[in-house]
Design a protein. Sequence first.
Length: 426
Amino acid sequence: MVSTSSKPLNIDLSRIRSDIQALQPQLVAWRRKLHQRPELGFQEHLTAEFVAEKLQQWGIEYQTGIAKTGIVAVIRGEERGARSEEEAYTSVLPTVGDKIRDSRLPVLAIRADMDALPIQEENDVPYRSQHDGVMHACGHDGHTAIALGTAYYLSQHRDTFSGTVKIIFQPAEEGPGGAKPMIEAGVLKNPDVDAIIGLHLWNNLPLGTVGVRSGALMAAVETFHCTILGKGGHGAMPHQTVDSIVVAAQIVNGLQTIVARNIDPIESAVVTVGKLHAGTALNVIADTANMSGTVRYFNPKFEGYLAQRIEQIIAGICQSHGATYELNYSQLYPPVINDPGMAEFVRSQAVRVVETPLGIVPECQTMGGEDMSFFLQQVPGCYFFLGAANLSRNLAYPHHHPRFDFDETALGMGVEIFVRCVENFS
């Protein structure tokens, strides 16, 4: 469980417009239907069908089958002659504003992920997962419902914004990653996206708060798998062997020196060995040991460096013991880095929805990773956390926990923030 800081703040529903308040029961119903039918990455067929069915019903232009199960909806606003060009861009960051002034028709993208996790749900609720061993344990069902609610509202109120909104329903955020193949398929083109925003329902923050910051919000995600190749033998005759367990133990300790002694203490990084398997009997020295771990960091300058140091340490320790190794290192997601102007823009809209000053949490970094980072490498944008924990209702279990759930009041708040961003970006 998270701490008592997950108690919600006082929620002023008057900050959410009446049309979105009226949509709240539908948001809950959509979220719960999605929660009952969770699907793993690139297998979100039922989810995609549900999203497409709603978009078609509302007369929204969309394309399916992008990166297997991804969908992009396009909603075009009506030009409002009442606003001067200068007024239309006063709330948009300068770097994006200059680009938009050239095209005159701004394009804002909103991204929502759709996939679930290979977890057996333990919640005893009417809407619990009906798919054995699969669960929406990270809030992506809520992200999809918020994106649908935003699409519906904007389709019914096209006169409130100019330009175009692209809503990207992305598969496989949890792995192996759907953002990059969607980008490669051209979702940021035709029309070209000027900026992108997205949110993550966040049980590390209480309901009624928004975590938004400039710069690095979430960490890069890298993984390694290493096999230590020694020489097995009798446990009573170690001089005849190369003990892979002893070598692995020294490697685990050695890897901890990377952050402690190679990284500036002002910076943040993590090297974690999460799996270590070796041996079959108590009196047999194992000839092989297998270890796996993860690497996290915020500063892009560490890309490649940590991988290099890890291999140097493994190679050096193996050589000193007469062992060899096989190392497989993967760079999965880069860090999630928000554009300063877009972060300020999102913050300026969020303060209209949550009570200030407590409602805005500027320092909310996490070493968790997200492939929203690939979108942010392509266009300026902002990814932010929407507090969804409510300890008083026992809705505060951490993400990826089999009893994860969140306060659904956050759904309407998410729609309101997205809609305000669209209206004031255009």
